[in-house]
Write a protein that binds this ligand. Structure first.
Ligand code: ADP
Ligand code: GLC
Length: 484
């Protein structure tokens, strides 16, 4: 089976968050199921510069006003199609925003162009390679399914994955006429969204099947609190929605081979984590301690509850703990952590930025990983933490609630616990969680039990890749029945 995965990010070529990790690791896990994935990604500089054996497979003189070439090639073990359109994708900022963090004003066009090309691949524009399934991710790719739906010659089954309902690709309605779609596509059953254009909404309506990155989040987004305006659509599509929890690349995230850490270790050699912990504190300029070292590697945003964490740093100071924060995001939250680090230089340190190797070092050295998200579709950080024996302390929401087993009395007795969950997700809830963590941390045997249990957890793609394979198989069989 040939699968076209349409994604705006792919690890290790371009990454702003978990979508990249997902798109970079699922193809490998699908191979044993006989599924060959090619991923279509925008030709950002970091992508075009790494592409090997690039072969042009289609050319466009005027793709939404830009010239572009569709390239086929490989990079870092990934089979790729790359939309090389420098006017759209060679920019000085990030994939979606300029260097000041503002959305590019032509995002509607950049990702419409990207999606149109995806749809053309779905319709067989590339000689000798035709997908049996088109699988689009998030709003950036969602329009590809709309283009396919309205193409009379396209029969390929369409799958959409929702990684985060908070990002919907909403644009003014007057742009509809630029998209080259028939008038009927601007209706409540497709792109019309509260009087605007909704790319994610259109994709949700045009998909044959919708997957959501955890079963809990799939349920949550049926309600107004988490559905963010799309709960009606989600309910209407209820029968075609399936929640599949994300896996991780257990080769990239393996403490026994990780090249980014000084001392490799496994669950049998946990003591070897200690020097990693020491060098982590050194790296962040903090004194050594016998208290707990908490960390958070995160986008500093409201979604991630990082304002809540900034509000309770005194709790960590009071227990002579340490807090290490690595991330960037909203200016006021960045400022809050900078202030905290200035007030408590012996206890709190933060490095603004986004460095993959620092993330690895933190997982390998910190005692506990804080993930206080207000909502979390799946979350990968807590899965990496499990694998590295860094005990996750998570908000009870979305994928966090189903991937971490709370250290309540029963779970501890059954030796099943892998971390701490807290609810309600507010500053007080987080404070209580920190206190629970301290108690457990002081009982070395219990804490080590949590670490061991976490490291035993299978967070690989094994089970979830099988679920995707089953979904694709069902769709292609249904498709063949229709065609027959
Ligand atoms: P989201 O995609 O919502 O940001 P996930 O937990 O699914 O959340 O994925 C986040 C990914 O981004 C993880 O791989 C995490 O390690 C990485 N990450 C987040 N912030 C940073 C940072 N500042 N530096 C390095 N990696 C980061
Ligand atoms: C989104 C979500 C995150 C999820 C990731 C990969 O960025 O916020 O929870 O893990 O996508 O699916």
């Amino acid at each position: 089976m040939n699968l076209l995965s349409v994604t705006a990010e792919i690890f290790p070529l371009v990454k702003t968050g978990g979508l990249a990790d997902f798109a970079g690791s699922l193809p490998k896990a699908l191979k044993p199921h006989g599924i060959r994935t090619r991923s279509l990604v925008p030709g950002y500089r970091s992508v075009t510069e790494t592409l090997d054996e690039a072969t042009p497979v289609a050319c466009y003189d005027n793709l939404f006003g830009e010239s572009a070439t569709l390239l086929a090639g490989r990079a870092e073990g990934l089979e790729l199609f790359v939309l090389d359109a420098p006017g759209f994708f060679h920019r000085s900022g990030g994939p979606y925003t300029d260097k000041y963090g503002k959305d590019y004003p032509d995002n509607w066009k950049r990702f419409a162009a990207f999606s149109l090309v995806a749809a053309q691949i779905g319709r067989g524009v590339v000689q000798h390679w035709r997908p049996d399934i088109v699988h689009a991710h998030d709003w950036h790719a969602a329009l590809s399914l709309v283009y396919l739906k309205y193409a009379s010659d396209a029969q390929v089954p369409r799958v959409l994955t929702v990684h985060n309902m908070a990002f919907q690709g909403q644009f003014p309605a007057h742009l509809f006429s630029e998209l080259g779609l028939p008038d009927e596509a601007y209706s409540i059953d497709c792109l019309e969204y509260y009087g605007d254009l909704g790319y994610l909404k259109g994709g949700l309506q045009a998909a044959d099947a919708v997957t959501v990155v955890s079963p809990t989040y799939a349920r949550e987004i049926m309600s107004p609190t988490f559905g963010m305006g799309l709960e009606g659509v989600m309910n209407a599509r209820h029968d075609d929605v399936v929640g599949i929890v994300n896996g991780i690349d257990v080769d990239v995230w393996d403490p026994s081979t990780d090249p980014h850490i000084e001392h490799q270790y496994s669950s049998r050699t946990l003591l070897r984590r200690l020097p990693n912990r020491e060098s982590l504190l050194e790296l962040f300029g903090l004194p050594q301690t016998s208290g707990p070292v908490f960390a958070s590697i995160n986008r500093l945003t409201w979604q991630k509850g990082m304002d809540l964490l900034a509000a309770v740093v005194d709790e960590i100071v009071a227990m002579d703990g340490r807090l290490i924060v690595h991330g960037n995001g909203d200016a006021d939250i960045e400022q809050a952590f900078q202030n905290a680090a200035r007030r408590f230089p012996q206890h709190i340190a933060m490095k603004l930025g986004y460095e993959e190797y620092i993330a690895h070092k933190i997982h390998a050295g910190a005692d506990a990983m804080l993930v206080p998200s207000r909502f979390e579709p799946c979350g990968l950080t807590q899965l990496y933490a499990l694998r590295y024996g860094c005990v996750p302390i998570v908000a009870r929401t979305g994928g966090l609630s189903e991937t971490i087993i709370d250290a309540n009395v029963a779970a501890l007795q059954a030796q099943a616990a892998t971390g701490i969950q807290f609810s309600p997700v507010d500053a007080h809830g987080l404070r209580l969680a920190l206190r629970r963590a301290l108690k457990l941390f002081r009982h070395r045997r219990i804490w080590e039990g949590l670490q061991q249990q976490g490291m035993k957890t299978d967070s690989s793609w094994h089970d979830s890749a099988a679920k995707y394979a089953e979904l694709y198989g069902g769709l292609t069989r249904a498709d063949m029945r229709l065609a027959g």
